[in-house]
Design a protein around this ligand. Structure first.
Ligand SMILES: [Zn+2]
Length: 427
């Protein structure tokens, strides 16, 4: 048969996946250092970035990684490219630290380090997408992959709750602009949904919130523009959900007068507002991250406290989850994954160069499938919902994790090989 066998897992998520960011190629890393030292301009950086994109695309294609990203090489941090493009969001280079929520684990680190302020974004006006987020990046990627692979290109963007979670519902936006979170998030989310349980939950939320409305609209406009250009694969990177699995954070929320369950609902809706009414053939994933900064993580604890709610209620197609070591907890929460979502198991650490064993990875994939078995789902069906990837990106900031490009390559090769050995439909 001239075409690929029908069995091939031909749409994202692919059996062998990766989260998105990649170690910056050396010339780009060095140029970034020069930029930091004031020895070159942003324009100088651009020339090196284009070469870096070609380099990382070639790397992924040569290894058989099919969700092609630009390695996020044009970003300094994973969250770049969204909020600075929005009217109504203002950059604050030094907001006093007492206006940040100390219960969030990475904010506690800033307090512990003795800092008095940090850079952030604040919403001081009505949010409007006046510039695209990643349209230029998508166009650049289109030029360096064959036309038949354009649909596989993956665009990563930070989740809508990224700045909000640092300041909470009281300090994220001007209350003269948005009365509360659902105006910022979107209470209109409830209207098109026919499902009664969703409607009930949304009405509960409506009482408490009122501010992500326009932010959701901005993301949807971005999704639409990318889709028009041929994009079919988007991933929202969200470190906020995992904080709800970390007992010091949830107890800190309660002490501060926050209701963790209500806040968790807020962040679920912040995502669903972005993904509602998306085209059926637009694959959207969420990466539920525990933090990734030069090899450091922010929190620990299994997904059990959020699994039932978050895995079911997020309106996305796939979940990229972290399971690389003991701080990730066990696979038991996977039993809550609904039948209509894929899980990409982040079994390979991106934080160190220690290379996992192929046999161990295969064993762990099967353990995950066994944990997903229920009266409604056989182990075989569970296995079909799974894929494998590194637990996180290799470089959520431009400096990257303490791992070489060569070690990164070995890890990606290992993932591709494991996928081939576990799933017959992995190319
Ligand atoms: Zn992560």
């Amino acid at each position: 048969m001239p075409n690929a066998p029908a069995k091939i897992h031909a749409k994202p998520p692919f059996r062998a996946e990766h989260v998105g960011s990649l170690i910056r190629p050396r010339p780009l890393y060095e140029k970034r250092c020069e930029l930091e030292e004031g020895k070159c301009s942003v324009e100088d950086l651009k020339e090196v970035e284009d070469d870096a994109v070609k380099h990382v695309v070639e790397l992924q294609r040569s290894l058989g990684i099919r969700s092609i990203t630009d390695g996020e090489v044009k970003k300094a941090s994973f969250y770049d490219g969204v909020f600075e493009k929005l009217e109504g969001m203002v950059f604050m280079p030094a907001r006093p630290l007492n206006e940040f929520k100390r219960y969030m684990p990475h904010i506690a680190m800033l307090y512990a380090a003795g800092l008095s302020s940090d850079a952030t974004f604040y919403c001081n006006g009505k949010i409007k997408r006046t510039k695209p987020f990643y349209v230029d990046e998508f166009k650049a990627l289109k030029k360096v992959v064959p036309p038949e692979e354009v649909k596989n290109i993956k665009i990563n963007m930070c989740a809508p709750g990224w700045w909000h979670h640092r300041h909470g519902s009281d300090l994220s936006y001007d209350v003269n602009v948005y009365k509360n979170d659902s105006a910022y998030l979107s209470i209109r989310y409830i209207l098109p949904l026919p499902d009664n349980s969703y409607i009930y939950r949304c009405l509960t939320i409506e009482k408490q919130l009122n501010s992500f409305d326009d932010l959701g609209a901005a993301y949807r406009e971005e999704f639409e523009e990318l889709y028009e250009l041929g994009c079919r694969n988007i991933q929202l990177d969200d470190p906020v959900f995992a904080f709800f699995c970390y007992p010091p954070t949830t107890s800190g929320m309660k002490e501060a007068g926050e209701d963790p369950e209500a806040l968790l609902d807020t962040y679920i809706y912040s995502i669903n507002t972005c993904t509602k009414n998306r085209p059926k053939d637009l694959h959207v994933a969420v990466h539920i991250c525990r933090g990734n900064y030069k090899g450091l993580h922010f929190c620990e604890g299994g997904y059990a406290p959020i699994a039932e709610k978050v895995f079911n209620e997020l309106d996305v197609d796939s979940l990229f989850l972290e399971f690389d070591d003991e701080r990730s907890g066990d696979f038991a929460p996977l039993k809550h994954v609904p039948l209509n979502k894929n899980v990409v198991l982040g079994l390979v650490t991106s934080k160190t160069s220690n290379l996992e064993s192929l046999d161990e990875l295969k064993k762990r994939v099967h353990e995950a499938a066994t944990a997903m078995e229920t009266p409604l789902r056989s182990k075989e069906a569970a296995l079909n919902q799974l894929c494998i990837s590194p637990q996180c990106g290799f470089a959520s900031v431009w400096q990257g994790n303490p791992i070489t490009e060569e070690d990164q390559k070995k890890k990606l090769e290992l993932i591709v090989e494991t996928a081939k050995q576990v799933w017959q439909d992995s190319e």
